[in-house]
Ligand binder design. Structure first.
Ligand code: ADP
Ligand code: MG
Length: 470
């Protein structure tokens, strides 16, 4: 009978997005089918609800056709069971059961048989990456405040700073801090439902549920229960994804309101300040500023050195000090690049079966460094231009159009295009959400002026030389 289940699953798999398949479908196992009762197991109630909302109706239809009879379904939620196995064993067993549906029954039976009565600590929410913890976060002057804010919220959720809004450029640790809060709260309150999602997932779920409702397979009540009622904490990564998505924004607004009203902690990350989020309604932007706003900035040299050391140690890579200094001095823009460089270096050393030396480091990273000769970020360029022209950074990124601001802004955009690998839309978005066509025309204008006006040429090259100084 259980094979029937496997067949029904396989029949719907091609219609499910691969990401959803791994995240939502595979973790559900069938323990047995007896007398028209299907016994299913889900890792938590989240998976159960999602499965019931999105997959169960079509699977049941398929099964009923295959078996020519009707079925009822019993669900068991693993996180609610008290089994004395380590989390890893349970998860491995579940993974095996998921990849070999035919063995699902045997695995589950073994699990049940081996179950003494010591309660299992609640499983870490599957969305949380295990290494994104506070312990693994290196604190320096450019992320100190955001780190302290995150700690504060994790220590006393929903007491004062709600929401916490973490913002900053790519690869600077926003997701890491967001998830560290999740880990910490899970540790302190294992019974809490910690909902950690990307904003993109929220939007996809929302659209999926709306479509499901139209087809009559699900109702929005399930979606709303999942986001407005179930979470004790809601962590949403990259809320800039809401830009220009009106109905999702509306849903997000009501989700926010419901959780905030119930004194549930909300943590958000974004690549921009609330005020600079383009295409986001005012009422949402204003709510984003209700709590605490904390910025993460590009790490300074010492922090970069500390991060490389920490990562190398964690990965079991041995690096001499001169290689560490070389990396830290040359790869400046963000932590993700730093990690990528270390990975590339370690791979090269292992491939050539050589210890890591400064020479090998230079050789391995040559391409990375020459691709981003400046290692400069948009923020660094904006800061330098603001200092040079004595204008406020805020104005440089803002909407003011008079020449005293617009001219430095165009030079800053030109330098961003010249000295960083960022695209026109990316640059526009970092200047307070300007359109890419604005950036293109600024770049053309300054290019033209550099050709025709020696004083502009000299201003641009002076700023550029300041920026290139180590
Ligand atoms: P963002 O969300 O800001 O784009 P992430 O949080 O994904 O950036 O960080 C990118 C990578 O850099 C991750 O692997 C993260 O662990 C690491 N990272 C960022 N900041 C730090 C830090 N201060 N200490 C240790 N690792 C960091
Ligand atoms: Mg991120």
């Amino acid at each position: 009978m259980i094979e029937l289940w496997g067949e029904a699953i396989r029949s719907i798999e091609p219609m499910v997005k691969p990401a959803h398949r791994d995240l939502w479908l595979r973790p559900i196992t069938c323990v047995g089918i007896c007398d028209g009762r299907i016994q299913l197991r889900a890792p938590d109630r989240y998976h159960k609800e999602w499965f019931e909302d999105n997959f169960l109706p079509s699977i049941l239809r398929d099964l009923e056709v295959r078996a020519n009879r009707s079925f009822t379904v019993d669900f068991e939620v693993s996180a609610e069971r008290a089994v004395g196995l380590s989390t890893d064993t349970t998860m491995n067993a579940r993974a095996q059961a998921a990849t070999h549906p035919g063995q699902a029954h045997a695995t589950s039976v073994q699990l049940a048989a081996a179950a003494p009565s010591v309660p299992l600590p609640a499983r870490v929410p599957p969305e949380l990456v295990s290494r994104y913890t506070f312990e693994n976060f290196v604190v320096g002057p450019t992320n100190q405040f955001a780190h302290a804010a995150a700690r504060m919220v994790a220590d006393a959720p929903a007491s004062r700073w709600n929401p916490l809004f973490i913002y900053g450029g790519v690869g600077l640790g926003k997701t890491h801090l967001l998830q560290a809060i999740g880990h910490e709260l899970h540790r302190a309150h294992p019974e809490w439902v910690i909902t950690s999602i990307t904003c993109e997932r929220f939007v996809t779920d929302f659209i999926g549920s709306m479509m499901g409702q139209k087809r009559g397979v699900v109702t929005m009540d399930h979606f709303r229960a999942r986001y407005r009622k179930t979470p004790d904490v809601l962590l949403v990564d990259d809320v800039q994804f809401l830009s220009n998505k009106d109905s999702s924004q509306d849903e997000f607004f009501h989700t926010f309101e419901a959780l905030h009203r119930d004194h549930k902690q909300i943590v958000l990350t974004s690549d921009k300040l609330p005020a600079e989020l383009p295409g986001v309604e005012d009422r949402l932007r204003s709510r984003f500023t209700w709590g605490l706003i904390a910025e993460v900035e590009t790490p300074d040299l010492e922090t970069r050195i500390a991060i490389i050391k920490r990562k190398a140690e964690a990965d079991g890579v041995t690096l001499p000090d001169d290689a560490i200094s070389y990396m830290a001095a040359n790869i400046k823009s963000n932590v993700r690049e730093l990690e990528g460089a270390l990975l590339r270096l370690a791979a090269r050393a292992s491939f050539q079966n050589q210890p890591i030396t400064l020479e090998l480091t230079k050789d391995a990273l040559h391409k990375l460094i020459s691709m981003a000769p400046s290692g400069l970020t948009i923020e660094a360029i904006q800061r330098e231009v603001a200092v040079y022209f004595d204008v406020k950074l805020h104005d440089l990124k803002g909407p003011k159009r008079h020449r005293a601001i617009a001219h430095p802004r165009m030079i800053a955009m030109f330098l961003c295009r010249k000295l960083t690998p960022m695209s026109y839309p990316e640059i526009g978005s970092r200047f307070g959400g300007k359109d890419h066509s604005t950036v293109i025309s600024a770049v053309r204008k300054i290019e033209g002026l550099c050709g025709s006006d020696p004083s502009i040429r000299s201003v641009v090259s002076t700023i550029e030389s300041h920026l290139r100084q180590p």
